[in-house]
Design a protein around this ligand. Structure first.
Ligand SMILES: NC(=O)c1ccc[n+]([C@@H]2O[C@H](COP(=O)([O-])OP(=O)(O)OC[C@H]3O[C@@H](n4cnc5c(N)ncnc54)[C@H](OP(=O)(O)O)[C@@H]3O)[C@@H](O)[C@H]2O)c1
Length: 292
């Protein structure tokens, strides 16, 4: 089966390419090879490669910048997703699309279910929600996978920021009143390949919108402490900085951050047999790769 991966140079895109099962023929295109916001380019690239399934890992992910760059955020996250969905629908092939917990307001205190009302508070979340709606409307054969707090060996993410700061700082203040589930890019890639394999073997999937993250829930502060503890154990760091808990108000950002990003991932297990792994194990795997 031929699979086209968009955003192939991103955190998830690179893991999708690295972890592609040998029995798939994979074409991974970075933004320089396929700009998903360009409808003519989408049609021509898809016509050229004739994929039998598309995985969209491309997105405008600069949450703060999106507040002043909303046109571009919508061009990629909404129109870009729609362009891919339209091409997939024309060809009668599925689109596996990645979305985010930012489609919710982040004010809850119990894990978000797929049926909970959305209510993004910033441009990034609103543009991703517009993308979800377009995909669901235009392409029946779709899976939208909402995930959260993505980390991996490639690209920029919280783990790499913490490791970098630890080189020069003895004391760090890290937000302790935002709750979420860190999720490795590798585990997202594995889940998506599992869906692709199921589709290839059965010619169908339980199409729809699903939540997927690693578990259990923590805070950025809890995540930072675990990163430093594992990095010291693996000798990536000689010592851990002191990690002081701070509040969101002590770390102002242009885009509001959700205080609650935790999602209920029961549905994806029930309907698509995708189970949640532990982010601490996923983190160890990532750090082991960096320690070599
Ligand atoms: N990162 C997180 O914490 C997080 C959390 C929840 C959900 N998600 C979702 O997970 C998915 C993957 O995110 P990620 O963490 O892998 O993000 P990422 O590392 O920022 O990768 C996104 C990729 O998309 C590419 N891209 C941007 N505009 C494009 C365009 N017009 N056409 C084609 N490619 C374009 C980027 O290329 P350039 O760098 O060249 O622009 C980048 O390589 C996204 O849907 C994101 O919304 C991420």
């Amino acid at each position: 089966m031929r699979v086209l991966i968009t955003g192939a140079q991103g955190q998830v895109g690179q893991e999708l390419t690295r972890l592609a099962p040998a029995d798939f023929s994979v074409i991974g295109l970075g933004s320089n090879e396929l700009d998903i916001s360009n409808p003519e380019q989408v049609v021509s690239r898809i016509g050229e490669f004739k994929p039998q399934l598309i995985i969209n890992a491309a997105a405008y992910t600069a949450v703060d910048k999106a507040e002043t760059d909303s046109e571009r955020a919508y061009a990629v996250n909404a129109k870009g997703a729609e362009n891919l969905a339209a091409s997939a629908a024309t060809l009668g092939i599925p689109l596996l699309h990645i979305s985010t917990d930012y489609v919710f307001s982040g004010d809850a205190c119990t894990p978000y279910k797929e049926t909970d009302p959305t209510g993004p508070t910033g441009v990034y979340g609103a543009s991703k929600l517009a993308g979800e709606l377009a995909v669901a409307k235009v392409c029946t054969q779709h899976v939208i996978m909402r995930t959260s707090w993505v980390f991996g060996a490639q690209g920029n993410n919280f783990v790499k920021t913490m490791l970098r700061l630890a080189q020069t700082r003895d004391v760090l203040g890290v937000v302790a009143d935002q709750h979420g589930c860190p999720t490795s890019a590798a585990s997202i890639a594995k889940a998506l390949w599992s869906l692709a394999s199921h589709y290839r073997n059965n010619g169908k999937l339980n199409w729809g919108t699903y939540h997927f993250s690693n578990m259990p829930a923590t805070t950025w502060h809890g995540f930072a402490e675990e990163i430093f503890s594992q990095a010291v154990a693996l000798k990536i760091l000689t010592k851990s900085p002191q990690v002081n808990p701070i509040n969101t108000q002590d770390y102002p950002t242009p885009a509001r951050r959700p205080s609650w990003s935790v999602m209920d991932c029961c549905l994806i297990e029930e309907k698509l047999s995708i189970t949640q792994s532990d982010w601490q194990d996923e983190l160890r795997e990532m750090l082991k790769g960096m320690a070599i």
